[in-house]
Design a protein around this ligand. Structure first.
Ligand code: FES
Length: 108
């Protein structure tokens, strides 16, 4: 699969996660306060909760259900109860388009 346009850059609200689904892959897209766009798996690894319904703080996204925070950079679960990471996807910005290939994840 090649990169798919998921939204316009101008549609992203700073420090707010936006859920997109490419095929059957749910992804949380976040424009952080430094202006960087991140894309991580949208399903909390502790429960079937959409992380994009949670809270962005600096470069983390917090699950609203039980408070686990995930790194937007590495996908790592930073505190319990979640301990498994979520995938991190490569984001491409082309003009005002945000593109993500759900088959390409970053390795850490
Ligand atoms: S479901 Fe996300 S921390 Fe429990």
């Amino acid at each position: 699969m090649s990169a798919t346009r998921v939204c316009a850059l101008s549609e992203l609200e700073q420090d707010t996660a936006r859920r997109v689904v490419i095929g059957d892959v749910p992804i949380a897209v976040v424009l952080d306060s430094a202006g960087e766009v991140h894309a991580i798996g949208d399903t909390c690894t502790h429960g079937a909760i959409s992380l994009s319904e949670g809270f962005v703080e600096d470069d983390t996204l917090e699950c609203w259900a039980h408070g686990s925070r995930f790194s937007l950079r590495t996908g790592a679960a930073l505190n319990l109860p979640a301990y498994e990471p979520v995938p991190v996807y490569v984001v491409q910005i082309e003009g005002d388009d945000v593109l993500i290939d759900p088959t390409v994840t970053k390795e850490f």
